[in-house]
Design a protein. Structure first.
Length: 133
């Protein structure tokens, strides 16, 4: 599994990277949204982990850019990873196209549970599409 983590804090990237390494996932890091979008253009990922508050482009704007793509990468599963605890933050993220939202500090169980659900959903969609054609 290839994971892109778009996060400006190097410690958060390290912690999540260590978690992902325990299950053999390969993580690519982007320290800002612009770099993350460039990596999506040039590489293949199974899931994107997206911080919300970063210098320059914020995570919601980056999600908007991903969802407006005209290729299959527009449908990449996106999990927002945020410290923002505003009451409507989950709904706001989902309305921009995020598939799930988890709060920092990231709990390994929550991260893997969210990723697992999204991977199962993606596999179901692929099978349904293959059967329809």
């Amino acid at each position: 599994m290839r994971v892109l983590f778009v996060e400006d804090d190097p410690m958060n990237r390290r912690v999540v990277g260590d978690m992902l390494a325990m299950v053999g996932a390969q993580m690519t890091e982007a320290e800002d949204a612009e770099t993350g979008l460039q990596l999506i253009d040039s590489d293949v990922f199974s899931v994107i982990l997206m911080d919300l508050r970063m210098p320059g482009m914020d995570g919601l704007t980056a999600i908007d850019h991903i969802r407006k793509r005209v290729d299959t990468k527009a449908n990449l599963p996106i999990i927002v990873v945020t410290a923002d605890t505003a009451l409507n933050i989950r709904e706001q993220c989902l309305s921009h196209g995020a598939n799930d939202v988890i709060l920092k500090p990231v709990a390994m169980k929550q991260l893997f549970s969210s990723m697992g659900k999204l991977m199962v959903e993606a596999e179901r969609r692929q099978k349904a599409a293959a059967q329809a054609s």
